[in-house]
Write a protein that binds this ligand. Structure first.
Ligand SMILES: Cc1cc2nc3c(=O)[nH]c(=O)nc-3n(C[C@H](O)[C@H](O)[C@H](O)COP(=O)(O)O)c2cc1C
Length: 301
């Protein structure tokens, strides 16, 4: 059996497979399907300083090989998370990582600071790339100045591993990644969803309540893979790759493109055990190809 362990900043992962925020709840919802401690990490639902109701329904639409969503960061706020959710998840034996969003740099930093105080949360993933909220969200992730302002503010108040999640809805994602690295990010993860749209032709109106939404699933994989490859060449910090991964082969492609670890999102909706199957598939591939550890193939192109 190959050594699957990898490091992201100060984080040690038993294997490179994590779950993508917004597609795996708080992890507990999947405990009947897989051993949660078999994962490298669980990135929980997006959390904001204040509670958010999210967008009106309909919020989801199926597309060819994927889906559109405009959930809009529905959550009960960071204080609710600390009081009610954290006690339920703090003893799960994997890296429990909180995905943080906000509408101003101060807002992000305050939310991050409250999570910094939680002993068993070793990292946050900063979502500067959500396309489905009116205030903040993706706006920060589409310019270097915007990304820098959020990462700088959070870095001052958050002392553990800081992963910044990048938007694919940009002209040059490598520039944004470099800007985050310069402000002290320990890692970047990519991609968040691609902005898309679907129309109900009988009613002559968009299928989603806010007209547009984020595209995810197998259809985005080639775009995500290309961006991971570009970013991995542009920065020295570890890259976490995601977007359309639904098999061990997909995951290995991301590792070869330069990702140190991967996340699985939309595929969890089709098969709640997909993360463990991908982990085992990576292991089998490494064994079959005589690799002693997974790091041998990271960025091996
Ligand atoms: C229903 C849904 C909710 C999501 N919520 C979040 C979120 O709260 N924060 C975030 O950073 N990304 C969120 N995402 C984006 C995913 O984490 C991931 O970046 C994206 O779906 C691409 O990966 P995939 O193709 O494997 O799903 C969400 C995606 C979906 C489908």
């Amino acid at each position: 059996m190959a050594d699957l362990s990898v490091n992201i900043g100060q984080l040690s992962l038993k294997n490179p497979v994590m779950t993508a925020s917004g597609t795996f709840g708080y992890g507990l919802e999947f405990a009947d399907f897989i051993p949660l401690d078999g994962l490298g990490g669980i990135i929980v639902k997006g959390t904001t300083l204040h509670p958010r109701e999210g967008n009106d329904y309909p919020r989801m639409a199926e597309t060819a090989q994927g889906m559109l969503n405009c959930v809009g960061l529905q959550n009960k706020g960071v204080d609710y998370f600390c009081e009610h959710i954290y006690p339920q998840i703090k003893d799960i034996d994997t890296n429990m990582i909180v995905n943080v969003s906000g509408s101003s740099p101060e807002d992000y930093a305050e939310c991050a600071a409250r999570i910094d105080a939680l002993e068993n949360i070793p990292a946050i993933e900063l979502n500067i790339s959500c396309p489905n909220v009116k205030d903040g969200g993706m706006a920060f992730g589409v310019t270097c100045a915007g990304a820098e302002s959020v990462v700088r503010a959070v870095r001052e108040r958050y002392h553990k591993t800081l992963i910044v999640k990048l938007s694919p809805n940009v002209t040059n994602i490598a520039d944004i990644a470099r800007a985050c690295e310069a402000q002290g990010a320990d890692s970047v993860s990519l991609i968040n969803t691609l902005m898309g749209m679907a129309i109900d032709i009988e009613h002559r109106k968009p299928l989603l309540s806010i007209n547009t939404g984020g595209l995810s699933g197998p259809c985005v994989k080639p775009v995500a893979l290309r961006m991971v490859w570009q970013v991995a060449k542009a920065v020295k910090i570890p890259v976490v790759g995601l977007g359309g991964i639904s098999s061990a082969t997909d995951a290995i492609e991301f590792l070869m493109a330069g990702a140190t670890a991967i996340e699985i999102g939309t595929a969890n909706f089709l098969d709640p055990a997909i993360t463990i199957k991908v982990r085992d598939g990576i292991n089998q591939w490494l064994d079959a190809h005589g690799c002693k550890n997974v790091q041998e193939i990271v960025g091996c192109l």
